[in-house]
Design a protein around this ligand. Structure first.
Ligand SMILES: Cc1ncc(C[n+]2csc(CCOP(=O)(O)OP(=O)(O)O)c2C)c(N)n1
Ligand SMILES: [Mg+2]
Length: 576
């Protein structure tokens, strides 16, 4: 039979369950856009910038069972999207990137949008495909989809030359998509050893990353069986319910919140699941896990990369933890309730919030006041999206997340500009949940036009812009060593004007006293499918534990001569 490439792309995407594509049409993909217009299953979404499209596709994958999909033009669309593709790659998020390709039938070079897209994307995708025939389109998309979701997920790129899309070509068949089984045998011996090590430990603990996000139930049962404290990474913040008595908070070293730092001080056996012990997860490698470390991950290349493990278990977190729980039960009765630990965690958490609330925020909004009120008003299953900056760590330290996948943030690629498009997309696929963004003013400036996409689609997300006038995560780090803020004080912008331009509601939040009312008003507008931008006059005068911790950890690692150089420059600038 003969089919156009555009038809074949549409067919394949429908088969794998794609409901939305994100991107901007151009001459290399209009045929496919037109074909999608015929589809009852797929809605192509127009964005304002392909960077936003990639962040949106990423957020779809993080907050739903769907796989975020891009449909973009070659070269210019791909380079714009590269930031979001890179984020998905380093954060382990499945994504399908479909771009048109230049003509392969013209014999000409110096074509519009001509570049080696595969060379550009190789370091930030799991695999790239260049389709050469009509018959290759469906198999390439099916395989790309499988690879994107298999093992540690990530983005996969498929280039379909425009001539294939436009014109019919011979295909032998149009097979339905059949999911291949990806189950792998588990190392039962290692699981038994791990159970024994945990059961015999005096102070076992759990450290959970994003890889454990779908194993919350198992993690809760293991923690409760052992009476063990649980800490998470930043990306894994939602991997354990923040309102469980054994939840301590983010981190487990000197940059952790006090409840976590204290609970893990005597930890003699660590069960680390779905974390690579990367720079952010470890607060610049400041953590010090015990020798008895059990490391569970689906990607075996992460084992022993930064911290040695006594036992490694390769496999899907949910399957491994279910087996581990069985092994623990086989060893004996659950440990008695760890009442002292639970009381200490509760006390440390309350004291930390109180310390923040006591902080004098002068005439600005106190972060703890804001998050306490936000938590009180949000549903348990609300989705909180943070961008990248000081505000991210404020969320992590002051805002408990109650449900798995209830917090997403650009973590290891650490790309500012993520949250505004991500709120828009998360609301698109979670229409019945509250979706709120905590977005630094600098990050908002990068991609705020995706609030236009939200208002066009009537998506009631709330965009809380933390307006401190600075690129604060960086300006804070400049303060002591440089004593000046080169390029980190933002140009003044009227956020109200952005809201007016994009058709969003605008509310200013200027004082603690208004937190409750403003948050309520914003959620009411959002519930009526109206996007809301809340301009929060936030106070950043108190540092997070994370920021203080990484500064200290990094400084300690400087050689003596470099320490002297930095400290003397700081003193000179301060006093001369
Ligand atoms: C694309 C990109 N550019 C630059 C950075 C470096 N960076 C990390 S955090 C940060 C400050 C973010 O400022 P803002 O969005 O206002 O958030 P705040 O720290 O003030 O809460 C910067 C510039 C980055 N992570 N990503
Ligand atoms: Mg800022």
């Amino acid at each position: 039979m003969k089919k156009t490439g555009a038809w074949l792309i549409r067919f394949a995407l429908e088969q794998i369950g794609v409901k939305y594509t994100f991107g901007i049409p151009g001459v290399h993909n209009t045929e496919t856009y037109d074909e999608l217009d015929n589809s009852e299953l797929i809605q192509p979404i127009l964005v304002t910038h392909e960077g936003g499209a990639a962040f949106m596709a990423d957020a779809i994958s993080r907050t739903s069972a769907q796989t975020g999909t891009l449909l973009i033009v070659p070269a210019a669309g791909v380079t714009h999207a590269a930031s979001g593709i890179g984020e998905a790659f380093l954060d382990g998020i499945p994504m399908l990137v479909i771009a048109g390709g230049i003509r392969t039938d013209s014999g000409k070079t110096y074509q519009l949008h001509e570049m080696d897209q595969h060379a550009l994307l190789a370091p930030i995708t799991k695999k790239t495909f260049k389709v050469e025939t009509h018959a290759g389109i469906i198999p390439a998309i099916y395989e790309a989809f499988q690879i994107a979701r298999h093992g540690e997920p990530g983005p996969v790129f498929v280039e379909v030359p425009v001539n294939l899309q436009l014109f019919p070509g011979e295909v032998p068949e149009t097979p339905a998509f059949v999911q291949q089984s990806t189950e792998q045998p588990l190392d039962q011996t290692a699981i038994h050893q791990a159970a024994k090590m945990l059961y015999e430990a005096n102070s076992p603990g759990l450290f959970l990353g994003w890889g454990a996000v779908d194993a919350t139930e198992e993690s809760v049962r293991i923690a409760e069986f052992l009476g063990a404290p649980v800490a998470t990474t930043l990306q894994g913040l939602s991997s354990f319910p923040g309102n469980n008595a054994l939840h301590t908070g983010m981190g487990m070293g000197p940059a952790a919140v006090p409840a976590a730092e204290n609970a893990f001080k005597k930890c003699d056996c660590l069960l680390a699941v779905g974390t690579r012990f990367g720079e952010i997860a470890t607060a610049s490698y400041g953590v010090n896990p015990p020798a008895n470390m059990i490391h569970v991950d689906i990607n075996k290349t992460v084992f022993n990369a930064n911290y040695p493990a006594a036992i490694i278990i390769e496999g899907d977190a949910k399957t491994v933890l279910a087996e581990l729980l069985k092994s623990l039960h086989a060893l004996g009765a659950p440990k008695p309730d760890n009442a002292a630990l639970i009381a200490a965690i509760r006390k440390d958490k309350a004291a930390y919030t109180a310390e923040w609330l006591r902080h004098d925020s002068k005439a600005r909004v106190n972060p703890a006041r804001f998050f306490t009120e936000l938590r009180a008003q949000l549903d348990d299953d609300a989705i909180v999206v943070a961008d990248d900056g000081n505000h991210t760590f404020l969320v992590a330290e002051l805002m408990p997340i109650h449900r798995a996948r209830g917090f997403i943030s650009p973590t290891d690629f650490n790309c500012m500009g993520y949250a505004t498009p991500a709120v828009t997309a998360a609301k698109l696929v979670n229409p019945d949940k509250q979706v709120v963004g905590i977005i630094g003013d600098g990050a908002f400036l990068m991609t705020c036009m995706e609030t236009l996409t939200a208002s066009a689609l009537k998506l009631g997300g709330v965009y809380f812009v933390f307006n401190d006038g600075e690129l604060s995560q960086i300006s804070q780090a400049q303060e002591i060593p440089y004593n000046r803020k080169t390029c980190t004080v933002l140009h003044q912008v009227r956020i109200r004007g952005i809201a007016e331009a994009t058709g969003c509601e605008y509310i200013a939040l200027e004082s603690d006293a208004d937190c409750a009312d403003v948050i309520r008003e914003a959620l009411v507008h959002a519930a009526k499918n109206k996007p809301v931008i809340v301009d929060v006059k936030i106070d950043y005068s108190k540092r997070t534990r994370f920021t203080k911790g990484i500064v200290k950890t990094n400084l300690e690692r400087f050689t003596v001569s470099n320490k002297v150089r930095f400290i003397s420059r700081a003193l000179l600038r301060k006093f001369l």
